[in-house]
Design a protein around this ligand. Structure first.
Ligand code: ATP
Ligand code: MG
Ligand code: MG
Ligand code: MG
Length: 474
């Protein structure tokens, strides 16, 4: 089964249960200032949950383009390190807007996974919120899952919210046990289990029972109607259904990894730099889709997140000896794979390539010099027997060489060093002050929307003098 077939089977299954197919919303939210990037399938239905909007259907199915590199859901640190968190991924989902509730949601998810797709029941687990006896009972009565495979967890894992404010509720999740050999923390103290720390158990699908809205004060208010909102990780399902244990080994990623391999003259599977391959393959999808939907790398807010992602990938390119712009050349591969399902990337291919190429050129101008400076800093520390990069050096790399702090952190980690973040903050604050004193900028409305510094409750328009300092927030 190809990835494209799997996506279609999910959609067709729910259409057969009376759902209407709804196309993915853009990854750049159109009218939600609390969100930098679309981070879940439910974002575009938020107004319905809040009782503010209506559609002509009460059941929906879709595959939503999601990006999780900011705010409440930020997976950047895992990407490339593990094999199942991506910056950009597709979330398959089915919805009930005041229509069916827990029973059907549980029954159909189980039916699709174990009857249509024939996943082994003895490898699956269902989790429920520790207060949700109703869901626990339903798992026993409407599915044939073994009762000891139904587990209870608390808010952290079984209460879902898109951000600090908005619709939310208890959830029930389906996880798969890949087998003992996938515990990558053997011998170390850790939780080896569902929602544990190692790579053995992977979360596949989250069934959220939306019944509250959380307000700015953190208080939960019951919603006028109860809804179902589910999200299944497409790339993870593809991996499991294709018998792979890494998302990168599926046809979602292999063509990109092969294209990278051709360019750098190495084979992903043989390479000592597999993480670099994975990071680049992941990040090019994020960049392609965010630019297609209207995003632009820049110095603030959303644009700065995009710039950080590009620079992170460009630096990993150096590990594969790529010194000239190369990422833009991967865009046609992404378009070839996904352009039928998401035509916007095909329509804007030229634009996407031009933007990425220009960004790569710009960064390359200073990257080598910055890496040299980093080497010097490192040697200096070594000779003094120290392991913390002073704040002013972190600041200098950022300010003069365009190194986002997370890039410096990657370099530091690779060399067993840490960063003095407090010192960095002091230098940032000093710069902010200078900017405040020296410039009187006038913003147009269009520009202002780029300057929401963080998502959710503490989102605020901060004006010019706090621009470009998002590095440390995320
Ligand atoms: P995890 O615990 O693995 O980080 P999550 O609980 O944060 O996942 P949800 O918010 O419940 O994820 O999203 C629904 C589904 O989307 C998950 O069950 C998972 O299959 C998938 N998913 C979540 N984050 C990612 C990601 N960064 N990359 C790929 N798939 C993801
Ligand atoms: Mg997560
Ligand atoms: Mg989870
Ligand atoms: Mg989850």
């Amino acid at each position: 089964m190809t990835a494209n077939e799997i996506r279609q089977q999910f959609i067709d299954f729910f259409i057969s249960k009376g759902h209407t197919f709804v196309p993915s919303a853009p990854v750049i939210p159109q009218d939600d200032p609390t969100l930098l990037f679309t981070n879940a399938g439910m974002n575009q239905f938020k107004d319905i949950f809040l009782g503010k909007g209506k559609r002509e259907y009460t059941r929906a199915v879709n595959s939503q383009k999601c990006i999780r590199v900011s705010g409440k859901h930020n997976d950047l640190e895992e990407v490339g390190r593990d094999t199942y968190h991506h910056t950009f991924f597709e979330m398959l989902g089915n919805w009930s807007f005041g229509d069916y509730y827990k029973k059907e949601a549980i029954q159909w998810a189980w039916e699709l996974l174990t009857e249509v797709w024939k996943l082994p029941k003895e490898k699956l687990f269902a989790t429920v919120h520790h207060t949700d006896d109703e869901a626990a009972e339903l798992w026993k009565s409407v599915t044939d899952i073994a009762p000891q495979r139904i587990l209870k967890f608390g808010d952290k894992d079984n209460f879902w919210e898109m951000g600090p404010v908005g619709p939310c509720g208890p959830c029930s999740e389906i996880h798969i046990d890949l087998g003992e050999e996938f515990c990558d923390l053997k011998g170390q103290e850790h939780t080896c289990g569902v929602n544990g720390d190692c790579g053995r158990y992977i979360e596949l699908w989250n069934l959220v029972f939306i019944q509250f809205n959380r307000d700015e004060n953190g208080t939960l208010h019951p919603l006028p109607a109860r809804h179902v909102d589910t999200g299944a990780g497409f790339e993870r399902l593809v991996a499991v259904l294709q018998g792979k244990t890494s998302n990168y080994d599926t046809d979602v990623f292999m063509p990109i990894l092969e294209a990278i391999g051709k360019m750098v003259g190495q084979d992903y599977r043989q390479s000592d730099e597999q993480m670099a391959f994975r990071v680049i393959a992941d990040h090019i999808r994020m960049l392609t889709f965010s630019i297609a939907d209207g995003g632009m790398p820049s110095n603030e807010g959303r644009g700065y997140v995009m710039r950080r992602i590009l620079r992170r990938a460009a630096r990993y390119g150096r590990n594969l000896n790529m010194r000239e712009p190369f990422m833009y050349k991967l865009v046609p591969t992404v378009v070839q794979m996904m352009g039928d399902v998401y035509p916007e990337i095909r329509e804007r291919q030229e634009h996407i390539m031009a933007v990425i190429r220009a960004e790569e050129e710009r960064f390359n101008l200073t990257l080598d010099r910055g890496l040299e400076i980093f080497e010097k800093i490192k040697e200096d520390l070594k000779s003094r027997g120290e392991a913390v990069i002073p704040g002013y050096e972190v600041f200098r790399l950022y300010d003069t060489f365009g190194f986002p702090v997370d890039l410096t952190r990657i370099l530091a980690e690779e060399n067993g060093l840490t960063l003095d973040m407090a010192g960095f903050e002091e230098h940032m604050e000093a710069q902010r002050k200078l900017a405040r004193e020296s410039s009187k900028f006038v913003m147009t409305e269009g520009e202002q929307q780029w300057i929401v510094l963080n998502e959710g409750a503490d989102s605020r328009f901060v004006g010019y003098d706090e621009l470009a300092i998002e590095t440390h927030i995320m």
